[in-house]
Ligand binder design. Structure first.
Ligand code: HOZ
Length: 429
């Protein structure tokens, strides 16, 4: 039994002054019936808690740490910026450098605006889409999570799904009356909705590969239909690539899937582990943002030099030849190992990955939608989570999140993880 007395003490103190003791709900570990471990430090693929326990980390700060923690190039870039100052609230060349890298890697982005989080990116993208089209209706998909902006808190994934919150008090009916949420991967229902009201739709926003209801891949033809009908009815297609951006492919999910969205939202990896977000797209759309256009959006810390420097260093590193191929192999090995461990014990389980973004469910599957994802045995998930933690494997404490492999994970660590899963699963039958 691992010692977590200091974590418990820190959590008790935190709970007195921070709601639930955490600054983002899933971290409280409520859905897996535990308390969070408090983190002391991390390095490469490892994370260490305040009681001296060490774990192989598959959360990676919920996605940004594709290089692993404290990558030397990221640290070097941060140290160099620290010598000049931490925030100016005025332009720096770093912002243009990150914008150029992003535009080069994701061709649908002709101009990009930096913000401070994924939530800010998606809510700004929606305002822009509404301002550009002069329409109000937004279509999203059940189980997709696009941050916690009012308009998007409808049938959302991530923490909203983890806590089983149907919608959030504090979000007025009037704000969400123009948000329509439909089944992910359901081509027929999307087609029907668009035929009915497509000419009133400002935007269709989607996680191109869902990661906030667990990892759910798009079925063949889903994104093609979104693209075709959005264009047909003059609605904008927004890809929320906060999680998938530079994670599943050098050109993000859109590069992998061969779909050209009108606007894309980013976060996580483009900040190399610092708070950041960005939204970008077609030049004629982006030029509607203030100061060029009338759609307002601003931010004191937007384009923060530390975040820009960490992002630049990260995007340069992931551009090295062979980077994604190695990640793909490591993740494939992990996912196959988990699948084999479950099938040897005849545990209902399905798993998959796209690049280094992976997921698993305790159900036979296939999982194509939020209602499929909800069939997962959550009690089994909770036991699995706890057993893995005890064995030194750090997973997201929710069935409705993804798993991330970094370039720092070694073959030996992947094998250790598979062995831990096989052991843990024996306790689930
Ligand atoms: N909602 C994010 C994961 N999908 C962040 C969760 C957290 O930081 O606690």
């Amino acid at each position: 039994m691992m010692n977590n007395s200091r974590s418990q003490e820190f959590f008790t103190q935190a709970s007195k002054v921070i709601p639930g003791g955490v600054n983002s709900p899933v971290r409280a570990c409520g859905s897996v019936g535990g308390q969070p471990v408090f983190i002391d430090k991390a390095d490469g693929s490892m994370i260490y808690d305040v009681d001296g326990n060490s774990y192989i980390d598959y959360v990676g700060s919920w996605g940004p740490m594709i290089l692993g923690h404290r990558h030397p190039e990221v640290i070097k870039a941060l140290e160099s910026v620290l010598q000049s100052g931490t925030s100016f609230g005025a332009p720096t060349a770093l912002e243009t450098e990150l914008a150029c890298l992003l535009i080069d890697m994701v061709p649908s982005v002709e101009k990009v605006r930096m913000v401070n989080s994924g939530t800010e990116a998606t809510m700004s993208a929606l305002r822009l889409a509404r301002g550009f089209t002069g329409r109000d209706i937004i279509i999203k998909f059940d189980g997709c999570y696009h941050g916690h902006a009012d308009t998007l808190l409808v049938a959302a994934g991530s923490g909203v799904a983890t806590l089983g919150i149907p919608g959030s008090p504090g979000v007025p009916e009037s704000v969400i009356k123009n948000t329509l949420s439909i089944d992910y991967n359901n081509i027929d229902s999307f087609t029907e909705v668009m035929h009915k009201m497509g000419d009133k739709v400002a935007a269709v926003i989607v996680e191109p590969i869902a990661g906030n209801m667990g990892m759910v891949k798009p079925i063949a033809g889903f994104h093609e239909t979104l693209r075709e009908l959005a264009t047909k009815y003059g609605a904008l297609l927004i890809f929320d690539e906060v999680m998938t951006g530079f994670r599943v492919h050098r050109g993000s999910a859109q590069g992998l899937l061969g779909i050209v969205p009108d606007i894309s939202c980013f976060g996580k990896i483009i900040g190399g582990g610092l708070p950041v977000g960005a939204y970008g797209g077609r030049r004629d759309i982006m030029d509607h943002i203030a100061p060029l256009g009338p759609v307002y959006q601003a931010g004191t810390l937007s384009g923060n030099p530390l975040a820009m420097a960490a992002g630049i260093a990260t995007l340069k590193e992931i551009s090295r030849p062979g980077f994604y191929e190695a990640l793909e192999l490591a993740t494939e090995k992990l996912v196959n190992g988990l699948g084999d461990a479950a099938s040897n014990l005849r545990i209902e389980f399905c798993t998959g990955h796209v690049g280094s973004m992976a997921g698993f469910f305790f159900t036979a599957g296939p999982v194509h939608s939020f209602s499929d994802a909800k069939k997962s045995d959550l009690k089994r998930f909770a036991s699995f989570y706890k057993g893995m933690l005890e064995r030194g494997i750090y997973l997201a404490p929710s069935q409705f999140e993804a798993l991330f492999v970094s370039a720092a994970h070694t073959e030996k660590q992947i094998q250790k993880t598979i062995d831990a899963a096989a052991e843990t699963m024996k306790g689930l039958v």
